[in-house]
Design a protein around this ligand. Sequence first.
Ligand code: ADP
Length: 160
Amino acid sequence: MRIAVCPGSFDPITYGHLDIIRRASAIFDKVIVLISVNTSKKPSFTDTERRMMIEENTKQFPNVEIDILDGLLADYVERVGAIAIVKGLRAVSDFEYEFQMALANKQLYNGAETVFLTASAENMYLSSSVVKQIAYFDGDISKFVPENVLEFIRKRLIKE
Ligand code: ADP
């Protein structure tokens, strides 16, 4: 079975992430969406909340599973027998960081390739942090996240 891992903070999941997950699920037999800790970012949503938001929006893909990473990505990939780490690549700004991560992961575990899918044109500038900023100032984020994620964001971030 060809397994791919799709890591990210998904804080919260956006249409940009969902586009990558959908496209990965069409290429691989199984896709594990892996909620990961980014030590340089303080999350707005708990692991459980992020998991719920991902679950609700990936139900339609029978070969997509969700897990939470506790440790090194390379170790996880090896443990589950994945052959690929799938990442979305937006504008030039993603490139340097993603390139470094891909090389580091290859050094740590040689058995999987990092595969980059280019962001769709409409999601090119979409990120969780942009969505949160817009929501915080009461902007319309309905084009960026599904309705149920919008509800989570309303409860958490929008000023009373
Ligand atoms: P963010 O930058 O939104 O906090 P994450 O750390 O959750 O993103 O990213 C997880 C993965 O999803 C990364 O590979 C990232 O490049 C990809 N991704 C995030 N937003 C988009 C988007 N709008 N289009 C394509 N890929 C994206």
